[in-house]
Design a protein around this ligand. Structure first.
Ligand code: 0O2
Ligand code: 0O2
Length: 223
């Protein structure tokens, strides 16, 4: 195993464990027939090429070290997608109440969006993983955002990669107006939130009833 593999292995473990735990929140809402504030969860260990880019940006030597672990807080990254803006504070509250991770910083890019137009709530947490050499505390970044915020951020991220952060004026303006459109979409959806949630509850119950009728107990639990 190379030095990087050894360095990154607790991060991989943290991402795997946190993904299961955060997806678990969604399942628990399903079991009690409540609308989950979590739509879906993704996670990744930052690829080495991105670690390299970020270490250059931050002026930290590109080597597996405590310094790098301290400076790059998103080597382990989790992303929680929500349907509605209000779900974001519900999710952050659920995370604040947990005993299995310690929040060390929060960044509210929703009240104060970034100049690019980026919106999201970030939580930097310390999460302990058990390794062969004992307990290791890993720093992880949890990004919480709506589906609309996620759509904008994914598109902007790919364009950023192409233009290396220096966008032509035309693209920059388009991205700004797309960010405003995503903001308005979130607002519009919030206004019909209860209508949407009623429909979703109705559909879940319908699926459950149908599962009972067709005698498929496995499907009955799938919510
Ligand atoms: P399902 O039932 O397929 O939705 P892995 O690392 O491969 O073991 P995972 O979770 O499969 O773990 O991969 P990843 O990339 O971390 O997370 C992807 C999850 O997000 C998958 O769910 C995708 O289905 C889900 N996902 C991605 N985009 C969307 C989206 O736009 N809407 C919804 N609802 N889900 C999305 P699962 O966990 O595989 O389950
Ligand atoms: P990836 O994996 O490519 O997404 P700081 O040290 O606080 O000054 P830092 O460490 O860059 O700044 O943290 P920040 O800005 O709070 O969060 C960084 C991550 O948030 C990024 O990770 C993105 O995932 C996301 N992000 C922040 N700003 C933007 C933005 O303008 N557009 C998009 N699309 N995403 C953004 P990376 O490093 O890009 O890694």
């Amino acid at each position: 195993m190379g030095q990087w593999d050894v360095f990154l292995s607790p991060y991989k473990q943290a991402v795997d464990e946190l993904k299961v735990k955060l997806k678990g929140i969604r399942s628990q809402f399903g079991i009690v027939n409540a609308n989950s504030p979590i739509e879906f969860v993704t996670g990744r260990v930052k690829p080495l090429a991105s670690i390299y880019d970020k270490s250059l940006e931050k002026g930290v030597p590109f080597e597996p070290s405590d310094k790098l672990a301290e400076e790059l807080q998103d080597i382990a990254g989790l992303r929680i997608m929500c349907q509605f803006v209000d779900d974001i504070s519900a999710v952050t509250e659920l995370i604040r109440q947990r005993n299995d991770m310690k929040i060390i910083e929060e960044k509210d890019y929703i009240t104060h969006s970034k100049p690019s137009g980026y919106r999201s709530h970030h939580m930097i947490v310390e999460y302990p993983v058990e390794t062969l050499r004992g307990k290791k505390i890993v720093i992880a970044e949890i990004q919480i955002r709506t589906l609309a915020m996620n759509f904008w951020a994914s598109i902007e991220h790919s364009l950023n990669y192409k233009y290396k952060g220096v966008f032509p004026e035309e693209i920059k303006n388009r991205l700004q107006s797309a960010a405003e459109a995503a903001f308005r979409l979130d607002e519009e959806m919030s206004l019909i939130r209860s209508e949407i949630q009623d429909a979703q509850t109705y559909f879940s119950e319908y699926k459950e009833d149908l599962a009972v009728l067709t005698n498929n107990p496995e499907k009955e639990r799938e919510k």
